[in-house]
Write a protein that binds this ligand. Structure first.
Ligand code: GLU
Length: 494
């Protein structure tokens, strides 16, 4: 552990430096005050891709020092989301709530080396400062009242038990500059940064202190995180300097916007990763889609990229400066592509989940038959939900007919009568193959002097409840003679 953490502690510790010297170390550090949202998942994914690309180490750190808002349910939800996306980590999860000593020691070190000071201002005093600033139309900045207290005097008051926070002494002049791997040179004027709190009087660290203390202790080499943290970075850089530790490389990833170009939020639809699973998105499709939100591969014009390709192509210089727009239609396109390319045996368990949710009990328990049916319909799926929705008739005898399809193709009583008669023909044909079923239908149509198309369209609705479906004769064979006959006969009542 770092030099500000000499005390032994029972908390889990990252791997000793000797075993990974020189390697890239990155982390995903979610706060479990909410579910795993799209932006967080994208940060996790970029860290994972980068770690895997360079053969580095990904650390998972749960930033749960907001005791009131952090819950173990949220932690479980985050872990579940990561596992759904196939993101694996090498060390952790570490919990900040179990590492409080480390932060206290870092704060003490900063007081001792003169970079921080005890602040005895009460909540009431702070409220007064803020009210005064807002009355005067100023941005509230801590007036540095306690910075002026003699350190020996402050130490004495603290020793005597007076409640004290620890504040960082921000340099009064000059600027803080860092080189961001995405945004290039970023500069902040120090006089615009107030003396920020490191440790509250109740001993709870603020985000800036815990994040830097941990990033040092866990020996992070790169910090990849959302651009919403850009403005936090100068404060963190000051902390590295004050602790005498070199800064890691920062790479801030652009924000994700909704189609209206405002920051992605619930107004734009689901923001929780698991909601997309529940909407029937397959994880590989979501991962591919997320990877391209703010990153473009340099040497590939392909968009459909599996995890191996993503890992191989990922680089920090492919990360865009401009914000990315969450395009739902694009996600659905990826999903269609992935479902189509999935081996049907691999789709079966995912589809079974959908059936369970929809209360659909398939008409057969024969896995080979179910896989064959999935094979027949999957290229038309936009979502896994379709297998329990518009494809329901392929798997169950209890399904609804699309009223518009019935209206369009089965309205004519003559067509319905003919389908019943056609069913009788199918009952007695020797064979029941794609070829024979087609032949029977075409012969029947010419015998009746009607267009085969009218019977094909009518049969499709009678068999599947839908106006669009795969080739009708493949559907007949898949359903089998018995079901085909029964459903064509039922057309009369539709
Ligand atoms: N816990 C912070 C968050 O969820 C991340 C901190 C960081 O990456 O520096 O936004």
């Amino acid at each position: 552990m770092s030099d500000f953490s000499q005390n032994s502690s029972s908390n889990p510790s990252p791997t000793p430096l000797s075993s990974t010297t020189g390697g890239v170390r990155v982390r995903f550090a979610p706060s479990p005050t909410g579910y795993l949202h799209v932006g967080g998942a994208r940060t996790a994914l970029f860290n994972w891709l980068y770690a895997r690309h360079v053969g580095g180490t990904l650390i998972l750190r749960i930033e749960d020092t907001d005791f009131e808002r952090s819950t173990s349910e949220m932690v479980d939800g985050i872990l579940q989301g990561l596992s759904w996306l196939g993101i694996t980590w090498d060390e952790g999860p570490f919990y900040q709530s179990q590492r409080m000593d480390l932060y206290a020691r870092a704060a003490e070190k900063l007081v001792a080396n003169g970079h921080a000071y005890y602040c005895f201002c009460t909540k009431e005093q702070m409220d007064d400062y803020r009210a005064k600033a807002s009355n005067e139309g100023r941005t509230p900045m801590y007036p540095e009242t306690c910075r002026k207290i003699d350190p020996a005097e402050a130490a004495r008051r603290k020793q005597a038990g007076e409640p004290a926070a620890v504040r960082f002494k921000v340099p009064e002049h000059g600027s803080t500059v860092f080189d961001d791997a995405v945004f290039g040179k970023v500069e902040f004027q120090n006089e615009e940064i107030e003396d920020f709190v490191l440790l509250r009087s109740d001993g709870v660290p603020t985000y800036h202190l815990s994040v830097v203390a941990d990033d040092i202790d866990m020996r992070m080499t790169h910090i990849l995180r959302g651009a919403d943290h850009l403005s936090n970075t100068p404060k963190q850089k000051m902390l590295y300097e004050a602790l005498g530790v070199p800064c890691p490389i920062f790479a801030h990833v652009p924000l994700i916007l909704g189609p209206d170009k405002t920051r992605l939020s619930k107004r734009h639809g689901a923001t929780s990763v698991m909601a997309y699973r529940d909407e029937g998105i397959v994880p590989e499709a979501f991962r591919n889609f997320l990877a391209l939100l703010g990153w473009t591969p340099k040497d590939s014009s392909k968009e459909v990229l599996g995890d191996r390709e993503l890992i191989e192509l990922f680089s920090l210089d492919g990360i865009a400066h401009s914000n990315a727009v969450f395009d739902r239609a694009k996600l659905d396109w990826f999903n269609t592509e992935y479902i189509r390319a999935y081996p049907s045996e691999k789709l079966l368990p995912l589809v079974e989940e959908e059936w369970k949710k929809a209360g659909l009990v398939p008409g057969t328990a024969d896995a080979a038959q179910l896989v064959a049916t999935i094979e027949l319909v999957k290229s038309r799926a936009r979502s896994l939900k379709d297998f329990a929705g518009s494809f329901r008739a392929f798997f169950s005898d209890t399904y609804e007919n699309d009223p518009a399809a019935v209206e369009k193709f089965l309205k004519d009583p003559a067509v319905r009568e003919m389908l019943v008669e056609l069913a009788s023909r199918y009952e007695t044909t020797a064979e029941f193959t794609e070829q024979s079923t087609e032949q029977v239908l075409r012969d029947f149509a010419s015998e009746k002097g009607v267009k085969a198309g009218a019977l094909i369209n009518g049969s499709r609705v009678a068999l599947t409840g839908q106006a669009v479906a795969p080739s009708l004769f493949a559907v007949m064979v898949n359903l089998g003679r018995e079901r085909t006959v029964a459903r064509l006969k039922r057309a009369k009542e539709l």
